[in-house]
Design a protein around this ligand. Structure first.
Ligand code: ATP
Ligand code: MG
Length: 349
């Protein structure tokens, strides 16, 4: 068993390793503290992960686990007065110390897709202006060419009548259509990384799967890496080969997405898997995780999940902070992981 190696996404079918072999994203021991009304609040604790070029990693976990904050820290979009320690390497650059033009340049290699497109698209600007702005101002593409590319990208995300769409306003489009526009916008800048924070949560189920299929296909075609945040373990498995599970600002487990359902090694992962609806085995009552999720600032220094864990033993809270241990591409932060493995398998199914 090795300790403190970062988690690695290994999407075998799409992997396009860089010439240097260095990961596109390497987050190491990232901790983030917010200033909330003058009080320091730790929200991320020693987060480490890597994403290779062209690979996809899902981040799952209950509300407040720190998924969005991890993505925001990678893009350096954390709230004002947040302090960070550790390291965020993106495409060969350390992001945490960058300022001004250097930061803008580094960020131009990544795109963010948020849960609610309406919150991020200016309602009084036409779709065409929204889509072409970055191409024209950052990449200095002329108006005619920028419009051509925008129309082409709209077609690729399944939007018809593209010339008319460019003249419409966000309010003229449905939520699903607008999220397709966001995906088109994200891909137009030819990013190396897409940070997708619950991109389909606000959509109905049918539109959700259509939008995910488009994102997945375009991402594969363009060889773009993806950090995909979701509450849905099944969606994570469908889109990403590896999934990292967050709890209380920490990564508690990561492995191939399909294995997560069948071979969880952390009690929290097993509980999350058991709490999801299973259409093949309908039940009158879904399992829920007792207690409430806690933030990193209020979690136990030892095992953060200990106060909700059905497998807790005295020794779980007697040691110091638990390291993430790594074995055969599987990472887990649980002192009992080896002995609990077979038991958890039954719990999650
Ligand atoms: N601007 C903020 N001010 C104060 N606390 C914040 C702020 N943003 C996030 N937090 C806290 O940081 C923690 C991590 O938040 P984050 O948004 O990353 O969670 P999440 O895993 O994305 O949850 P969700 O699934 O609900 O989106 C939470 O406890 C949250 O309350
Ligand atoms: Mg979030």
């Amino acid at each position: 068993m090795t300790k403190s190696a970062p988690l690695t996404a290994t999407k075998s079918t799409t992997s396009t390793p860089s010439a240097s072999g260095a990961p596109l994203v390497a987050v190491r021991d990232l901790s983030l503290t917010l200033d909330v009304a003058g009080q320091k609040r730790l929200v991320l604790r020693d987060v480490s992960l890597t994403i290779q070029r062209g690979e996809a990693l899902a981040l799952v976990g209950e509300s407040g686990a720190g998924k969005s904050m991890t993505a925001r820290a990678i893009a350096r979009l954390q709230p004002d007065r947040a302090t960070t320690t550790g390291s965020v390497h993106f495409d060969g650059r350390e992001m945490l110390g960058l300022r001004g033009e250097q930061l803008r340049q580094a960020r131009s290699g990544m795109s963010v897709i948020f849960q609610d497109p309406r919150a991020y698209i200016n309602p009084v600007r036409r779709i065409g202006d929204f889509l072409t702005e970055q191409l024209r101002t950052v990449a200095h593409v002329d108006r005619h060419e920028a419009t051509r590319r925008a129309q082409q990208m709209l077609s690729e995300v399944g939007i018809t009548d593209t010339a008319r769409r460019l003249h419409q306003y966000p309010g003229d489009l449905s939520g699903g259509m607008l999220q397709r526009v966001m995906i088109a916008s994200a891909l137009l800048s030819e990013p190396k990384l897409i940070l997708a924070d619950e991109p389909t949560t606000a959509l109905d189920v049918t539109t959700q799967s259509e939008v995910m299929a488009i994102l997945d296909e375009l991402r594969h075609d363009a060889g773009v890496a993806l950090l995909f945040i979701t509450h849905d373990l099944d969606l994570a498995a469908a889109v990403c080969d590896r999934t990292a599970v967050m709890y209380a600002g920490q990564i508690v487990e990561a492995q191939e997405s399909t294995g997560l359902h069948h071979h969880p090694r952390h009690p929290y992962t097993a509980a999350l898997a058991a709490a999801r609806p299973d259409l093949e085995r309908p039940t009158s009552r879904l399992a829920s995780i007792p207690g409430r999720p806690v933030g990193a600032w209020e979690a136990a220094q030892t095992c953060a999940f200990s106060d909700r864990c059905p497998h807790r033993q005295p020794r779980c809270t007697e040691s110091g902070p638990l390291p993430l241990t790594h074995e055969s591409g599987h990472s887990v932060r649980c002192i009992r992981a080896d002995e609990l493995g077979p038991l958890l398998q039954g719990e999650s199914e």
